[in-house]
Design a protein around this ligand. Structure first.
Ligand SMILES: Cc1cc2nc3c(=O)[nH]c(=O)nc-3n(C[C@H](O)[C@H](O)[C@H](O)COP(=O)(O)OP(=O)(O)OC[C@H]3O[C@@H](n4cnc5c(N)ncnc54)[C@H](O)[C@@H]3O)c2cc1C
Length: 406
């Protein structure tokens, strides 16, 4: 077993680390200032466009796509350590490198299932970072962790589909650059197979009947960096039938295909967040004195730091193993491991961030350190892309089956 990264990964890591130090971290404060001066907090600050140009020039662009026609052609194992590095600045670095959710999953869907016209109209500008996109599945009225519950209707009328429904927590939709939605709804509510009732259609943002009603908050934050999480209404929105992605009834299968890579990308970035938390903990513990001793000399603080390091090393190994399995036996073969990391990583990283907040005292919950916002963001990943309990249920079912009596 070889634990070293290959030469290409090492070279890209070096380039990305330099990009983070020279461009991304210095831009964090600039972006905050610029956003405060914009007419709308949902707009992209100009410095982000500068970062995108700089990343592209350095070949740090579309790193997530395993297909060399559209992206960098990296395997999951090669991409994992790079996504981890971008996770250290989750507000800026994934967008700067055109590797931010939900665009990544949407680009994968279009590359895999889109028609040539759909790819030309939407995938091309997404790959170029000229537009953003959103994925609209979750609904306030039904338990959306079970996708068969989705109630939005996609009704065929002649050469058009008519979309009617209400969605919420649609990430990215508040940003005016978000030009298109991939909307999941029911085309055949009576199909015998509950997994063949749903379809996905492309809905351009400027189509009559699309209403971006409000920004949902995340623990009180509006999450400007990720384009917010909007409540969106579709009032009898008409789109041509050519906007269907794949086939009618294929929505459920596309949603499943979309989530495998998305989940591991989130986990990779979360590990980067945990690394940042450890760094901040160590710097703070070394520089702050309480009761006559630096915090770093308090036993409990050392325990927190040591436990965080042990946990991060464990998580990273599991994520890398999962990436390797996805590369070698495919997403299906890596199903158990994808679920395992989706359960373990957000939960543990939330704990690490919580300790880091504690160590920073009031500063930890303030806007002067990134910890509170990182905590809120990591905590949502125990819900988004499948709540912990749903993954636990399915993982346990497979384990039980292995030992079931014949
Ligand atoms: C910040 C954020 C961003 C998001 N972005 C998007 C987006 O871009 N697009 C989108 O479509 N959605 C998005 N979501 C929604 C997210 O995917 C859903 O919240 C998630 O799928 C859960 O659905 P629900 O909220 O309807 O919870 P429900 O389905 O109502 O579930 C509630 C709780 O019930 C429990 N539960 C459910 N099923 C089981 C089970 N089988 N066994 C045991 N317990 C169970 C779990 O504890 C679960 O948390 C986002 C959510 C957040 C918080």
């Amino acid at each position: 077993m070889d634990f070293a990264f290959d030469a290409r990964t090492e070279e890209l890591r070096k380039r990305l680390l330099a990009f983070m130090d020279e461009h991304v971290h210095p831009a964090e404060a600039v972006a905050e200032e610029q956003r405060a001066a914009l007419d709308s907090p949902w707009r992209t600050p100009p410095v982000v466009e500068e970062l995108k140009a700089a990343a592209r020039e350095r070949g740090l662009w579309n790193l997530f796509l395993p297909d060399s026609e559209h992206g960098a052609g990296l395997t999951n194992l090669q991409y994992a350590p790079l996504a981890e590095i971008t996770g250290r600045s989750p507000q800026l670095a994934p967008t700067a490198t055109n590797c931010a959710a939900p665009d990544t999953g949407n680009m994968e869907v279009l590359a895999q299932f889109g028609s040539p016209e759909q790819r030309e109209r939407w995938l091309k500008p997404l790959l170029a970072g000229e537009i953003r996109s959103a994925f609209a599945m979750t609904e306030p009225e039904v338990a959306s962790s079970d996708a068969t519950n989705i109630e939005t209707r996609i009704r065929r009328e002649g050469d058009e589909y008519v979309v009617t429904g209400r969605k919420w927590y649609i990430s990215g939709a508040m940003n005016p650059d978000c030009a298109v939605f991939i909307v999941m709804g029911k085309t055949d509510p009576d199909a015998e197979d509950v997994r063949r009732r749903q379809s996905m259609v492309l809905v351009p943002r400027d189509t009559p009947g699309v209403e971006i009603r409000r920004a949902m908050k995340v623990y009180g934050y509006e999450d400007h960096w990720h384009g917010g999480h909007a409540e969106v209404l579709f009032h009898d929105v008409r789109v041509p039938v050519s906007n269907l992605i794949g086939e009618e009834g294929g929505g459920f299968a596309i949603a499943q295909a979309r989530l495998g890579p998305g989940r591991i990308h989130h986990c990779m970035r979360l590990i980067g967040m945990a690394e940042r938390a450890i760094e901040l903990m160590c710097r703070r513990a070394g520089s702050r004195v309480a009761f006559g001793r630096p915090l770093a000399e308090q036993g409990v603080v050392r325990e927190w730091i040591a436990d965080a390091r042990v946990a991060v090393e464990q998580l990273r190994l599991l994520v890398l193993k999962t990436a390797w399995l996805m590369d070698t036996v495919g997403n299906r073969g890596a199903h158990t491991e994808i679920q395992a990391i989706k359960i373990a990583v957000p939960r543990t990283v939330v704990d690490i961030l919580d300790r880091a907040v504690q160590l920073h005292g009031a500063g930890g919950v303030s806007q002067d350190f990134p910890l509170a916002e990182l905590w809120a963001s990591a905590r949502t990943l125990r819900l988004a892309d499948g709540p912990d309990e749903v993954h636990q249920r399915s993982l346990a079912r497979r384990e039980l089956k292995r030992f079931a009596r014949p």
